[in-house]
Design a protein around this ligand. Sequence first.
Ligand code: ADP
Length: 610
Amino acid sequence: MKLPDKPRVLVVDDEPMNIELLQAYLQLDYEVISAHDGNEALDIVFREIPDIVLLDVMMPGINGYQVCEQIKSYEKTQFIPVVLVTALSEREDRLRGIEAKADDFLTKPVDRLELKTRVRSLLRIKHLHDNLMKERDQAQNYLDVAAVMMLVLDKSGNIVLINKRGLEILGYSEEEVLGNNLLEQFIPESSRVDMDFHFLSSLTNTHGSMEYYECPVVTKEKEQRIVSWYSKPLIDENNNVKGVLFSGQDITKRKKVEEKLEEHTRAMEASIDGIAIMDGRGVYTYVNDAHSRIFGYNGPDELIGKEWKVLYDDSEIERFVNEIFPDFALNRKWKGEMLGKKKDGSNFFQELSLSALDTGVITVVRDISERKVVESRLNQYASKLKRSNELKDLFTDILRHDLLNPAGVVKGFTDMLLHEETDEKRKYKLQLIDSNVSRLIDMIESAAKFARLEDIDGLEFKSMDLASIIRNVAEEFDPQLKSRNIYLDIKLGSSYPAILNPLIDGVFANLISNAIKYGPSDSTITVDIEDLGHEWQIKVSDSGEGIPDKDKQIIFDRFKRLADKKKAVKGSGLGLAIAKRIVELHGGNIGVVDNPAGKGSVFWATVKKA
Ligand code: ADP
């Protein structure tokens, strides 16, 4: 049975007697196994890995030197001590043995004491070596499981060792990395000077401790990862610097999170809304400047660590507890108006929103006191406006019903009396009453119309043909045209679609009526339409006296009539003001220019095409 605590010695000799002899010498302290030729010896060595091999040199087949060379050439067996046991003692043979990497020599006949001494000391060395290897393997294991990347660089900056984590980060295999220059191969060009500085300082700075520093590496995928490095020199037993040990942590992710966080914090700091975060107990852990300012505090420090309740009166706290928190617990957010309490105890209106975080609540506060004031002013103004609109409607109603009716009655009876009257003087007076009442009715109707036009809500627009509207309007003027012998020349094609409200016919009626009123008898009035691209321009040209330049604007104002015409021609001075308002409601313009024909005016209006 194999005793695990006894080292195993393999004795190789083609002479069984020799094996027996060595066995006899050693069996007390060692487990002895044997082989009778070179091939058998190699078989056993590779299979059983003995602790030491005593090897005869002169054997048939492959000799001892060759067996020794084989043993020494494999990683697994290279550290097994091999003692060449030989009858030869020539210098040449020893040299041959050294070449084959034998560890020691014994000359036949073997001396028992010498044999035991050699074997023991070689085994002790092997034992030490084994322990060393074990430690090295363990160290390598530590390096490999380490969460940081470890690199050993020689003095010229070439990588002589890299751990698993390092390979993971760089994305290369060990063969691709070892022997390459860290700076040239794995550090981006822009950071090489920096990294070289740290490398050189580590080489020379054998005492002082180095700081952590950041430097990116370039991976096989050509991606840059940010690494936080620490480097220190590797010093041998004679105090010589052998190279530099770099340890580095991949902080790319952390960096990104940090950057994001910084960005968010900056945004929160810059916000004009008050932002605060409180923990699960309702204690502020973060407060931005605006938040402390809104509540009248000198800075965030005055609020951090305080409970939210310091910022509200008891009645509001009650509202929080009874109304808001149950809602918030359900929906994880809440938004509404509250009354905040400033440091000096005064109250202010605020818009508050709460959002749940994993471990607390984020609150956003906006001071809406000013908005509240504006709101109440607006409300007052709106109700005033409503009242004034109601007044205007009332006024319009009074105009249309209460004034127009009696005026109509007066006109009716005046007409009757005029018919019956034979006395010329009285007839003249009645005619004066009649024309003035007509003017009064005209004015009341126009004023009521104008008042209605102030209110544009509910005005509907649709596509209509300008030409047919103008033709319909023109028809109404037939009697006046005939009585004054005026020819209305409508120079229109077939269709001019425009975006219109039926009110528009009032514009054309006014322009044509004015052209008749203020133009000479026995003349021609022309109506035509010009294409301005997006708009139609309707033009009514007469050959009257025209409008002086200084009046071209003001005739569109309310109640503006030109002095010399006041007496001769009936009118309210509202017609063009109404026309202007109607055109503006259509998004168009109205104006007047001198008639290029030499005499008279051209009144024009534009409307949008459909
Ligand atoms: P009304 O004709 O009722 O006086 P309008 O507002 O229609 O009021 O016109 C304002 C004034 O512009 C008129 O009183 C008149 O003096 C002048 N006007 C309007 N149209 C013409 C025209 N075709 N030729 C000359 N004067 C005009």
